[in-house]
Design a protein around this ligand. Structure first.
Ligand code: GTP
Ligand code: MG
Length: 229
């Protein structure tokens, strides 16, 4: 079946990956998803990616430059499924805002990040959520991450306020710290659990959406769609 072909192709790619936060590598099904990180500059988007993919943290992480953004991959294992994330980090500086649709278009998941020690970044996160709700794919899984949770003594955004906002907008929500690693793997795992792993093979309005695809064809825009059985 197409799904099996796809799984084999991804497995070949995945075998080059090293770290796997959730251990076991044997899973009967492999699904690949495009995930994008959005949020104000300096909230810690690149740091969250670096923590999740490489287990590292840089105190002096350089600000991401718009045109140099690239994707990294990392997998998490659920019971019988390996969820492989193609992670697109974006540049938070306002002058790069117009590039964002390029990154969230076709994404199945988004992490909108703010800094718990900076109220303005929470307001900015809400405008990102609105933009995603209006312009991204309708089934996109959106997670809100209150990063820099280690800076509790400088907190400006209450946990309850963010949780209520997330509940009202059907978002996943966690406070994270790229610095201490608190909730970083858990956030990606929660997203993996919420992503649809058994999409219907047909019936989608967009050709190529929601279908398992042969990942040998790297030019297909739909290469990051989920593989179905
Ligand atoms: P842009 O690329 O400009 O959009 O910023 P960004 O969102 O990618 O932020 P980045 O990861 O570059 O982090 C900005 C600064 O915050 C860096 O100095 C990081 O070391 C620091 N930082 C990131 N995450 C954390 C965290 O969880 N706790 C603390 N204390 N500092 C953090
Ligand atoms: Mg960055």
């Amino acid at each position: 079946s197409v799904g099996v072909l796809c799984a084999v192709a991804v497995q070949a790619m995945a075998s080059r990956a090293t770290a796997r936060p959730n251990g076991q590598s044997q899973a009967s099904k492999i699904c690949q998803f495009k995930l994008v990180l959005l949020g104000e500059s300096a909230v810690g988007k690149s740091s969250l990616v670096l923590r999740f993919v490489k287990g590292q943290f840089h105190e002096y992480q350089e600000s991401t430059i718009g045109v140099l953004s690239a994707f990294l991959t990392q997998s998490v294992c659920l019971d019988d499924t390996t969820v492989k994330f193609e992670i697109w980090d974006t540049a938070g500086q306002e002058r790069y805002h117009s590039l964002a649709p390029m990154y969230y278009r076709g994404a199945q998941a988004a992490i909108v990040v703010y800094d718990i020690a900076n109220q303005e970044t929470f307001a900015r996160a809400k405008t990102w959520v609105k933009e995603l709700q209006r312009q991204a794919s309708p089934n996109i899984v959106i997670a809100l991450a209150g990063n820099k949770a280690d800076l509790a003594n400088k907190r400006m955004v209450e946990y309850e306020e963010a949780q209520t906002y997330a509940d009202d907008n059907s978002l996943l929500f966690m406070e994270t710290s790229a610095k201490t690693a608190v909730n970083v793997n858990d956030l990606f795992l929660a997203i993996a659990k919420k992503l649809p792993k058994n999409e219907p093979q047909t019936g989608s309005s967009t050709p190529g959406r929601n279908r398992g695809v042969d990942l040998h064809d790297q030019t297909q825009q739909s290469k990051s769609q989920c593989c179905s059985n």
